[in-house]
Design a protein around this ligand. Structure first.
Ligand code: GLC
Length: 445
């Protein structure tokens, strides 16, 4: 699929549209600059965190992956989107032999209401899951909690929320230890046998779940509602290990959560920011934050395409279909469908306008592929492994018709190391159970 071909006959109009859209093109020079800035922000983040960089570079306190000795039953929670999942994993010799998943939908009133209500809801869902399966009689169930928001960690089972992202904004949680909040809620609903032994991010969960399937896995990537990628870093490069903590001598490596979604919040990549990106940010739930994520993640790509389209149509003095004047009327799923020429044809019946809309979806998707590729290539270059598996999941990655192939092609261009992207469905949830098992093995109980 050629993402960058604008199929309209009128050459003058074509040139005009191409010119208007040129700020969205990431050429070789901008790409080189992005690579340099990312690497430098990464190093500054490892030393100072958010005090010196837009990349938080948070230590996950996971120094090892599965070693094949993990046994038993573990609970896992996965919170980050509009669905909350509770999972029961049964492990034998480090392998998952049984898995039970239940989904609980998180209403908007919970995503935006007081934090206490959200945590009570999580605890009640766990209680429901346990009661339905007669698990209450088990003496102690270790639980891993995937909480897909930026956190400050000082241990594997301590995570203070830095800020909300995506579609959550519950008052009373920023700065708090979410494990402690969950424990209080579990106590309140009378769940006595669950021990929260690990808190982690979805990218970390995906990395660990990826390693369950392929030992070469060292990167976990999420391209969904939000975006982020964690990777394995040499411990001696992690200068800011974690407030009030020191690294144990035998720890050689550790999984790091960079929070790439916030890359550029300090203005360091404003050279790729367009007026349309600014407009999207201003209309978002949390303006001024998560710059990188707002360039392409699933929560934003559709709306961005709509903003760009209406602006182009205005500039070329064409009629904008009324339905597309409505905020949120174009979803990221629509972007995928339009690229396959099946979406929104009823809304944009004029052939030229449809071709322009399709072209905008293509340009934004190509920009997305390049932006993700240079972050992944940077990790591959830093780790210098002979072969790395990148475990990846998320609705954007799975539903987009060609993002995966464009991402692979651009990544290949930017690194000399071998790699394989591997879809890891449900990795964020499964990974939480696996991390709980690793925690148990490491004696973090
Ligand atoms: C947002 C969150 C981050 C998460 C990502 C993908 O960027 O802040 O923690 O990993 O979304 O879900």
């Amino acid at each position: 699929m050629d993402l960058l071909n604008l199929c309209i006959k009128d050459e003058v109009l074509k040139a005009q549209v191409v010119h208007i859209l040129s700020p969205l093109v990431i050429d070789k020079e901008k790409c080189g600059k992005l690579l340099d800035v990312f690497e430098s922000e990464l190093d500054k983040g490892l030393e100072y965190g958010l005090a010196g960089s837009s990349l938080q570079m948070e230590n996950t306190f996971i120094p090892e992956l599965l070693d094949g000795s993990e046994q038993g039953r573990y609970l896992a929670l996965d919170l980050g989107g509009t669905n909350f999942r509770v999972i029961l994993l049964e492990l034998e010799n480090g392998k998952i032999i049984n898995e039970t998943i239940e989904y609980y939908s998180v209403a908007e009133s919970l995503r935006l209401g007081p934090g206490v209500n959200l945590f009570n809801f999580l605890a009640e869902s766990i209680k429901d899951f346990i009661d339905k399966r007669d698990l209450a009689s088990i003496k102690r169930m270790p639980l891993g909690f995937t909480f897909s928001f930026p956190m400050t960690q000082t241990a594997l089972d301590v995570g203070h929320l830095v800020n909300w992202t995506k579609s959550f904004n519950c008052p009373g949680v920023i700065g708090e230890d979410v494990v402690a909040m969950l424990n209080v809620a579990l106590d309140r609903v009378g769940v006595k046998n669950v021990a929260v032994v690990a808190i982690l991010n979805d990218t970390t969960g995906t990395l660990v779940a990826g390693a369950h399937d392929s030992p070469d896995c060292a990167i976990g990537l999420i391209l969904g509602t939000g975006t982020n990628a964690s990777y394995i870093e040499k411990a001696d490069r992690v200068i800011r290990w974690g407030e009030g903590t020191t690294r144990e001598d035998n720890v050689e490596q550790v999984v790091m959560d960079p929070e790439t979604g916030a890359f550029g919040d300090n203005g360091c990549i404003d050279f790729v920011k367009t007026e349309w990106d600014r407009q999207l940010d201003l209309g978002s739930l949390l303006p001024g934050s998560f710059t990188f994520e707002k360039y392409f993640a699933g929560k934003y790509l559709g709306e961005l395409a709509r903003i760009v389209f209406t602006s182009v149509m205005e500039q070329i003095r064409q009629r904008i279909p009324e339905s597309l004047l409505v905020i949120g009327s174009l979803t990221t799923k629509d972007v995928s469908d339009i690229l396959e020429s099946s979406g929104k044809q009823e809304m944009v019946s004029d052939e030229t306008s449809y071709a322009i809309l399709k072209h905008i979806c293509g340009i934004l998707s190509e920009r997305a592929a390049i932006l993700v590729a240079f972050t992944i290539a940077t990790f591959l270059n830093r780790m210098s492994r002979a072969h790395t598996v990148i475990a990846v999941t998320g609705s954007l990655y799975k539903l987009h018709p060609c993002l995966a192939s464009r991402l692979e092609e651009h990544t290949r261009r930017l690194t000399k190391y071998n790699f394989t992207f591997q879809l890891c469905d449900d990795g964020s949830g499964k990974g939480a159970g696996l991390v709980a098992a690793i925690a148990q093995r490491l004696g973090n109980l």
